[in-house]
Structures are given as C-alpha cells and as structure tokens.
Ligand binder design. Structure first.
Ligand code: ATP
Length: 302
C-alpha cells in the first residue's frame, strides 16, 4: 500500500494564533482514518489544507501524489468532499442532481449506480427539496462519489441523525471501504469512529496527541476493564487480594486488564460462598473514556 496522504510538520497560523502546530499524518490507500479532536483543535484547518482550500504556513503536504496548493485541476477530480451542510438545487430530482454533477468528471460513475450505493434508488425521482435530512446527506455523499474519487473527506457525516439513520449511514460508509476508497472521517461520535475506522488520530490544541487503533489508544492511557457488581448488605465481603474497591454508587469494582483471571477468582469465590453477584457487569473502556483522557492531558504523545 502507498500513502494517500503524507503530512510533515504542518503548521498553520492565523495572525499570531497558531491553530496547527507542526503535525505529521499518514493515511494509507484504502484506509478509513478517523480524525478526532475537541472543538477548535485544528481539524477543519488541517482538512481544508489537505483539500487545497487553505494555504499552509509551513510544512510539507502530499495528497494523492500532489501538493494541494499547486495541484492541477485533474487532481481535484480524484477527491470527493462531503461537507457538514450543503443545499442541492431544490427543483432537480436526486437522479438529475447526480447526473448533472457527473458531467464535470471525465471518469464519472454511473449516476443510478451511485444512487444505489448510497441507498437512494427509491428516491431517485424525488425533488431534492422534498428529501428528508438523512436522504439529503445520502445525496451529498452521492455527489461526492460520482467522480469516482480515490479519496473521500467525510466531515461529521451523521451529525443530527436519528439512531437508525446513523446505522444506515455507517453501512453506506462501509461500502466505501468495499469500493476501495480512502476515507478521512471527522466525527464527534466515538462509537462512529470505533465502528468505522481502521485507525484513529487525535488532535488537541493543534498537536497530535495520539494515533493508533482504538485498542492501542486504550493501552496508551492505561485504560482498564471494570468488573462491577452490587453486593447486598448482608453478603460476605470478597477477600482483599481480589483488589476490589467500592465506588460512590455502592458497587464493588475490580479494575484490571486480567479479566479472565479476575472473573474466574470472583465467580469461584461467589459459588463457594453462595453469593449471586447482583448486576455483575464487565465493561471494557470505551473509546469515549479513552478520548476524554487523551484530550484532557497533554502528557501522552503520539
Ligand atoms: P470544530 O470541531 O469546532 O469544527 P476544529 O478542530 O475544526 O473545530 P478549526 O476550525 O480548525 O478547529 O480551528 C482551529 C483554531 O483556529 C480555532 O481556535 C479557531 O478559532 C481558529 N481559526 C479557524 N479558522 C480561522 C480563521 N479563518 N481565522 C482565524 N482563526 C481561525
């Protein structure tokens, strides 16, 4: 695999405000990378530099083999961009909108096929002004895909969606993987990043604070699995060597990464003592827990 995006020591300042402070980034061909960070961290700035819409202050950037600042027009044809908000021409049908867009590309996909990819076949002849919010986002993706792009930028693709529309969008994004597209995804939903991405890069205050798979990030912050249960007042106490503590909600907690060993010790003890461990639960750290830790401290470096 060759890199679709290579960024070295990228710097962007707005006057004396340093929004991006020397970041490195690699996105491999065919990979779905989630680019995460709190509001104002520098995501949009970075992405718009990669898309060729903003000049950089310093550093080197290569996207699909070209510097976005000097790339020829044909380069833009190989990139699909799905923005957070967009308004298609209201009088056109979905199929007409996609067909019209296809005229701009020399290597366009078949419009009906693209509507199928995004699940809009049934609404192909619907005027775009009559499409629901979720359907409009599908059309946005169709418009981005019509040029058969090698690289797709997805900016918060499911913000404002209801849970079932989100799941459908996820299926749609998974299809991009099957089509071999490279995807750079920004989102504030950690479950979305975990579900869709091969790798995650976290930016905070203009610097990359972590990168890797969700599991690698969890290890980075030493996030541990929690075994919890709610002891009854008369239950015997488990032995101290099990390393349990009591939390503010009155639950017993064993925080550990040796889950099988600890669970075995706990359930063996419980069987012996005829204790039934009410509300027994094993919770792996979520990406959200890990992300909050990563963005709260700047001690962890990528
Ligand atoms: P969000 O999640 O809110 O979209 P972000 O990570 O995309 O945030 P950016 O929009 O890249 O963040 O902004 C990074 C910093 O640069 C912020 O402090 C922002 O106020 C500042 N900034 C962004 N665009 C400009 C601009 N055109 N002029 C001056 N400052 C800007």
């Amino acid at each position: 695999m060759s890199p679709a995006i290579t960024v070295r020591n990228l710097v962007k300042s707005y006057g004396d405000h340093h929004a991006v402070k020397g970041i490195d980034l690699d996105v491999e061909e065919g990979e779905i990378l989630a680019f995460l960070g709190p509001n104002g961290a520098g995501k949009t700035t970075t992405i718009e530099i990669l898309e060729g819409f903003r000049p950089r202050t310093g550093g080197e950037v290569t996207v699909l083999g070209e510097d976005p600042e000097t790339a020829p027009l044909e380069w833009r044809e190989r990139i699909g961009i799905v923005l957070q908000e967009s308004e298609p021409v209201p009088e056109l049908t979905a199929l007409e909108a996609v067909t019209m867009q296809s005229a701009y590309y020399s290597n366009a996909r078949n419009p009906a096929e693209v509507l199928d990819i995004v699940g809009l076949t049934d609404s192909a002849n619907q005027r775009t002004r009559k499409l629901s919010g979720g359907q409009k986002r599908r059309l946005d993706l169709a418009l981005a895909l019509i040029g058969n792009p090698a690289l797709v930028f997805l900016d918060e693709p499911t913000t404002g969606f209801d849970p079932s529309a989100r799941r459908e969008s996820w299926d749609m994004i998974e299809r991009l993987r099957e089509l071999g597209s490279t995807v750079l995804l920004t989102t504030h939903y950690m479950d979305e990043a975990e579900q869709l991405s091969d790798r995650i890069v976290v930016i905070a205050d203009g610097r990359i604070v972590a990168r890797g798979t969700a599991d690698e990030l969890a290890r980075k912050v030493n996030a541990v699995t929690q075994i919890t249960w709610r002891p009854r007042p008369d239950d015997p106490k488990p032995p101290e060597r099990m390393g349990w503590t009591e939390d503010a909600q009155g639950r017993a907690v064993i925080a550990s990464n040796d889950v099988v060993v600890n669970l075995h010790a706990l359930t063996s003890w419980a069987t012996e003592m005829s204790v039934d461990l009410p509300e027994l639960n094993v919770a792996r750290p979520t990406l959200e827990d890990v992300y909050l830790q990563l963005t709260a401290t700047s001690e962890v470096s990528a």
